[in-house]
Write a new protein. Structure first.
Length: 147
């Protein structure tokens, strides 16, 4: 799968680990930075380009990491068509895709360890939107707000 990944300094270390792990699984990774640890960098500079790439379908899914995952989700959701959520549990990682068509997973690099992060990413990537009538109806109500 073509996956976009991005992080600020708070998520840099976890992003690097996830990048290597996803590549080892055979995924095609587009890294939107940061490309080095810089404690003064700002998450929108990396997360917004990632969100745009997800919406334009340059990548199929996105993974955005900051210290808590909060800033990344706030920023990504400003982009029309981005559906980003901070996820810390397995259920939400797959149900967010299945019911809500989540396309960007946000993680807190200072919150989750790398093994839990791998489990969350695996659940997110393996999940597919169910697209049942109730899901489409709810999504349509959300999408109305983007017009
Ligand atoms: C950066 O220090 C930190 O504020 C940021 O990574 C993130 O946690 C924001 O939500």
């Amino acid at each position: 799968m073509k996956i976009g990944i991005a992080a600020d300094h708070g998520g840099y270390e976890l992003k690097e680990k996830l990048h290597d792990w996803l590549q080892s699984l055979g995924h095609d990774i587009k890294d939107f930075g940061a490309y080095e640890l810089n404690n003064t960098d700002d998450y929108p500079d990396f997360v917004i380009p990632l969100a745009r790439a997800v919406v334009s379908k340059e990548v199929e899914r996105g993974i955005a990491v900051c210290g808590s995952g909060v800033g990344a989700s706030v920023a990504a959701n400003k982009i029309t068509g981005a559906r980003a959520a901070l996820v810390n549990d397995h259920f939400s990682a797959h149900q967010g895709v299945e019911d809500d068509d989540l396309n960007i997973l946000c993680l807190g690099g200072r919150v989750v360890g790398s093994m839990l992060a791998q489990e969350l990413v695996r659940s997110f990537l393996n999940a597919r939107f169910k697209g049942e009538e109730r899901h489409l109806r709810r999504l349509e109500k959300v999408q109305q707000l983007e017009k």
